[in-house]
Design a binder for this molecule. Structure first.
Ligand code: HEC
Ligand code: HEC
Ligand code: HEC
Ligand code: HEC
Length: 234
């Protein structure tokens, strides 16, 4: 939930300047105690998806912590292993069934040694696919909410621009070379890969009339985005 400090700041502004002000006057929130899970889901659907299982008391607690910048409480809230290796590990639940109680989803099946709960491992059909990341990396505004907002839309760009122009890599191919670190611009190796810059120059003299030579240059710069989507996003 904290992510970069900018995330916490934006989230507390969403509560103070929108929900608790006249900006979202039809949201039914007059004071912080009125905040319900449904008011937070338009952000937390991706930033802390497990919130959907929480009660409205928890919504008030999260809202208060965000407004007060209570890092102690908020640092306990994160996209943890279970979000990806359980809740989000099956997308087509009519085909594959919903995630099962006792099961962790990975790339292979077997026993999950040394634990009393989640004692089975099963293969997730989507863990290595881009659609898995697409669940949170966004297609566009969240039209399924009464008051849509949009944030990350990079999966839309991947599907509609990168793939149609012949792109073949998955999100995991590019972002999980260093495992779960899932590096982007904050990793200098990744930042270097982002854009290819080709520069060609031609120097010449412009000679409009006798005894007048003006030195000039033609500079052609081609910048190619190597990411599997437009940058920046979010
Ligand atoms: C449960 C939702 C969720 C899933 C699934 C998910 N992400 Fe993210 N991801 C996020 C959120 C939220 C952030 C932003 C965190 C912040 O800054 O507060 C993020 C941030 C990132 C970043 C930026 C890190 C940085 O340096 O700032 C990368 C890269 C990334 N995710 C890649 C992936 C890839 C690849 C996958 C699939 C293997 C994936 N994500 C799956 C929610 C998700
Ligand atoms: C944002 C989503 C995300 C989170 C959070 C996450 N993982 Fe993963 N994990 C993945 C993906 C995607 C893969 C598969 C990568 C691949 O094979 O290309 C993976 C692979 C793994 C594997 C290898 C599985 C196998 O069968 O090969 C292990 C083990 C693992 N994760 C453990 C963890 C643990 C422990 C945590 C919590 C500390 C965690 N993961 C949190 C997305 C996530
Ligand atoms: C062909 C390789 C490639 C593919 C495929 C790819 N990315 Fe990236 N992505 C990059 C590179 C390189 C950057 C670094 C850009 C930078 O330095 O700002 C990046 C940046 C990002 C960022 C940071 C966004 C920002 O505002 O700078 C996120 C988040 C991200 N990718 C997630 C994803 C997800 C999710 C997918 C799959 C839907 C994906 N990427 C597919 C190469 C790729
Ligand atoms: C569709 C899923 C989704 C929704 C809904 C969503 N976010 Fe995000 N958000 C992300 C992901 C993924 C990232 C990081 C990757 C990126 O920037 O592309 C991100 C990045 C951010 C960042 C930038 C962090 C940084 O330092 O660059 C802020 C701030 C943020 N979100 C706040 C919000 C707020 C506030 C809401 C609700 C009004 C919200 N988000 C709704 C998925 C989402």
């Amino acid at each position: 939930m904290i992510g970069t400090p900018r995330t916490l700041d934006a989230f507390s502004r969403m509560i103070k300047n929108y929900l608790l002000s006249d900006q979202w006057k039809y949201a039914g929130v007059k004071k912080i105690e009125d905040i319900k899970i449904e008011h937070l889901m338009p952000c937390l659907e991706c930033h802390l998806p497990q919130t959907k299982f929480a009660t409205d008391d928890v919504a008030v607690e999260i809202a208060k912590a965000a407004v007060n910048g209570d890092l102690n409480t908020l640092s306990k809230l994160s996209i943890n292993c279970l979000v990806c290796h359980h809740d989000k590990a099956i997308i087509h639940q009519w085909v594959d069934g919903p995630p099962e109680d006792n099961v962790i989803y990975g790339n292979k099946s077997g026993k999950h040694e040394g634990v009393s709960y989640y004692s089975m491992i099963k293969k997730s059909p989507v863990l290595q696919e881009s659609i898995f990341c697409g669940q949170c990396h966004g297609l566009g505004p969240g039209f399924h909410y009464p008051n849509p907002v949009h944030c990350a839309m990079l999966y839309g760009s991947y599907l509609n621009a990168y793939i149609p122009s012949g792109g073949t890599k998955t999100c995991q191919d590019c972002h999980m070379e260093k495992g779960h670190f899932m590096s982007a611009y904050s990793d200098s190796d990744m930042a270097k890969k982002a854009v290819r810059v080709d520069v060609e120059t031609l120097a010449y003299y412009f000679h409009p009339k006798a005894f007048e030579w003006t030195p000039l240059a033609v500079v052609t710069v081609r910048m190619t985005c190597n990411a599997g989507h437009r940058i920046p996003d979010g």
